[in-house]
Design a protein around this ligand. Structure first.
Ligand SMILES: CC(C)(COP(=O)(O)OP(=O)(O)OC[C@H]1O[C@@H](n2cnc3c(N)ncnc32)[C@H](O)[C@@H]1OP(=O)(O)O)[C@@H](O)C(=O)NCCC(=O)NCCS
Length: 148
């Protein structure tokens, strides 16, 4: 059974699981200390998804009204609906906080994630040139929250 949880403690098992999932992606570079800081910071939220008591994905976002910025999202294994479920929690939280839009930046080569975001209602709104390592562009993507 899939379960979504907000992480409030810097428990080693949780930090280790998030860190291990992050290592599966060439596009996510995050240290364990950094994960702990996100958990402690009042403007960041760290969300995990569990399946049969095993952490299978995480989402870190920055919430400062009226906007949300996605910092990282990752699942392992992929293509089992964990990413979509994490985003559906994010959309629910966005509405609860009267958020106008959710934005993120994405490495130009991360086509898998770009398709994932497009399927979930995000649009490419801009390109930030040479944003990563002064070499690769970033796609800026946005989803406006609809209150109708
Ligand atoms: C991008 C990423 C987070 C997507 O997460 P994911 O868990 O693979 O995504 P999902 O499984 O929710 O959705 C992808 C596809 O899986 C399939 N899928 C979804 N639910 C499914 C289910 N219950 N059973 C089988 N397949 C399913 C679908 O084909 C879905 O596409 P759809 O939207 O057309 O239905 C993931 O690929 C990842 O971790 N990438 C590496 C990290 C990264 O690049 N992050 C982004 C930058 S921070």
């Amino acid at each position: 059974m899939k379960n979504i949880e907000i992480v409030n403690s810097t428990d080693d098992n949780i930090i280790d699981s998030i860190f291990l999932i992050s290592l599966k992606s060439e596009y996510i570079h995050i240290s364990k200390d950094c994960i702990k800081q996100y958990i402690k910071d009042k403007h960041h939220k760290v969300i995990i998804i569990e399946n049969d008591n095993k952490i299978t994905g995480f989402l870190i976002y920055f919430l400062l009204k009226p906007d949300i910025d996605i910092i990282f999202i990752a699942s392992y294994p992929n293509n089992l609906g964990y990413g979509k479920k994490l985003l559906s929690y994010l959309f629910y939280d966005a509405k609860n906080n009267n958020i106008k839009s959710i934005k993120l930046d994405l490495h130009e080569h991360n086509i898998n994630a770009k398709n994932f975001y497009i399927k979930n209602g995000f649009k490419e709104i801009a390109v930030r040139k040479k944003y990563y390592n002064n070499q690769f562009d970033a796609f800026i993507m946005e989803k406006e929250i609809n209150y109708n």
